[in-house]
Ligand binder design. Structure first.
Ligand code: C5P
Length: 310
């Protein structure tokens, strides 16, 4: 049995370019991996089967649309395994459809877990290519740390970072659909008269002040540099998120933004103690379902050595 831990992500910068002909948007996407994560276990089995546990397990699809199941099949096909056998179990802690790439994380974890279970020794570069086939956020879940994602987010460059940053995530009731949030972003741009195509919207780039804040480990500077071009679209679809962001700021967060396509809201705290106090205040604020204090950056999907037996 192989157990893999995999992080969730928050985007400390999500710069969204115009809509491309292939339906994706060019991004300048600064991914940041946090300790709040899922565990995916791979055990020998017949065919590819999947179970899930955790408070939100009922919202996780267990059919072939699940990225963990798709990852197992894709890896098997890549190696010409005609009849792959694995039972995957997801212990789910990452909010479902929450803008923290939880489904992508499970896809990345399943690639690593099945690779080990089946003794395939797939080179990391090939795992990254398979991950990009599964979804735009899957390669980062393999890499972890902090990275700039270009293209649709899958072309990664690891970024230098100093120290640990402390985060709180406020989890909403119900998810938001990522394609719907990107569509709303395009609609708002059309409405503002700026156009939404890739010839109208300049290709975004990583902000120098953000890169400097990460490299020097300065939480106040990172807080001031947080940006998310999908935030107005997420707020347009879910206006109640404005109250969540305000509650976090009132409770002492030094930075606040919607995580990815939302609806989870991310808050930066000055240290671990402040993060714990902020999570307690947010959970009691009535503006979210629950709140978690966590930290990062942390590594990408990795086998848990003590939990692995052959
Ligand atoms: O790559 P992934 O399957 O995670 O993307 C889900 C959806 O999010 C895409 O079908 C697309 O609608 C939107 N998306 C986008 N531009 C990106 C990444 C995702 O428009 N760079």
């Amino acid at each position: 049995m192989i157990k893999v831990r995999v992080p969730a992500k928050v985007n400390v910068q999500l710069g969204v370019g115009g809509l491309r002909a292939d339906g994706f948007h060019d991004l300048a996407n600064v991914f940041f991996a946090v300790a709040l994560g899922d565990e995916v276990t791979a055990a020998p089995g017949e065919g590819v089967t999947l179970t899930c546990s955790g408070p939100d397990a009922a919202q996780v699809p267990l059919d072939d649309t699940n990225l963990a199941a798709r990852a197992a099949r894709l890896l098997a096909a890549h190696h010409g395994l005609a009849d792959p056998g694995v039972h995957l179990h997801i212990a789910k802690a990452i909010p479902v459809a929450g803008g923290m790439a939880g489904g992508s994380a499970d896809g990345a974890a399943a690639l690593v877990a099945c690779d080990a279970l089946w003794g395939l020794d797939t080179p990391f570069e090939n795992l990254l290519d398979l991950a990009a086939e599964l979804g735009s956020d899957v390669p980062f879940a393999l890499l972890g740390g902090v990275a700039l994602g270009r293209g649709r987010g899958e072309i990664l460059e690891a970024l230098p970072v100093t120290g640990t940053f402390h985060w709180v995530f406020a989890v909403a009731d119900g998810g938001l659909s990522t394609p719907a949030v990107f569509r709303e972003c395009d609609r708002l741009r059309e409405e503002a008269g700026t156009g939404s195509g890739d010839t109208d919207v300049p290709t975004p780039d990583a902000a120098p002040a953000l890169l400097a804040a990460l490299a020097t480990g300065d939480p106040a500077a990172l807080a001031a540099a947080l940006t998310n071009d999908l935030q107005s679209a997420a707020l347009s679809l879910r206006p109640s998120l404005a109250a969540t962001l305000a509650a976090g700021t009132e409770a002492g967060a030094i930075g606040a933004l919607v995580s990815g396509s939302g609806p989870t809201c991310a808050f930066l705290a000055k240290d671990a103690e402040a993060a714990e106090a902020l999570a307690t205040a947010l959970a009691a604020s009535g503006t979210c379902r629950t709140a978690h204090a966590t930290y990062g950056p942390v590594p990408g999907a990795a086998i848990h050595p003590r939990a692995t037996e052959s």
